[in-house]
Design a protein around this ligand. Sequence first.
Ligand SMILES: [Ca+2]
Ligand SMILES: [Ca+2]
Ligand SMILES: [Ca+2]
Length: 220
Amino acid sequence: MRVRTATVLGTVAALSWVAAAAGTARAQYVTPASYTGTPGQGQAQGGSLNYFDDTGSQLTDGALGADNWGADLGNGSAYEWVGWISVDPTFTFTFSAPVSLSAVEFGFNRGEGSGIYLPSSVTIDGVTTALTGTEIANGTRGFVSLGTTFTGTSLTITVADADAGRWIFLDEVRFVSAAAAVPEAGTLPLAASGLLPLAAMWAVRQRRRRQRACPSGYGR
Ligand SMILES: [Ca+2]
Ligand SMILES: [Ca+2]
Ligand SMILES: [Ca+2]
């Protein structure tokens, strides 16, 4: 009997998970172990500041720049950004284990008054997508999400404008896992609380049925 009840509860837990997954869910990100890329540019190319990858991990550290690209958020003006003007950067992101991705999200700045534009194209694992240049509003930073079917440990990405007079500013690259989305916090307990009483009723009904089949009241 106990074994049977536990099985029922296990089934309910599985059903709850399915119910929760079918509801609201948020993207699940995977973070690369490391990456290499074209060094950021700056004053040597006529910039007012240097837009380097100051830590070698600024594109995957979770720290974002501001709408005002030159804002000082505590580490110096424009610190969060990595920028290029005369080259189109290429990166190779390395994951510690094989991953399957559904999208890559790029944190860009668009400050056209300062010569900062969205790139005209992004190439992910050999697949090039053209951008309109208006994916985010002028004068803001924002994420542009591009789909991919990449699976593997080493992902090469190129961001290009083919224009030596335009800056590309990037503050973060995020990788969306193709694995099942994570249910929003709170939906799982709610789903479980709705199904547990049903499981309890089912268990009682099974016990009564067994007792009828076995008059002594003890199990087989
Ligand atoms: Ca960052
Ligand atoms: Ca920087
Ligand atoms: Ca350029």
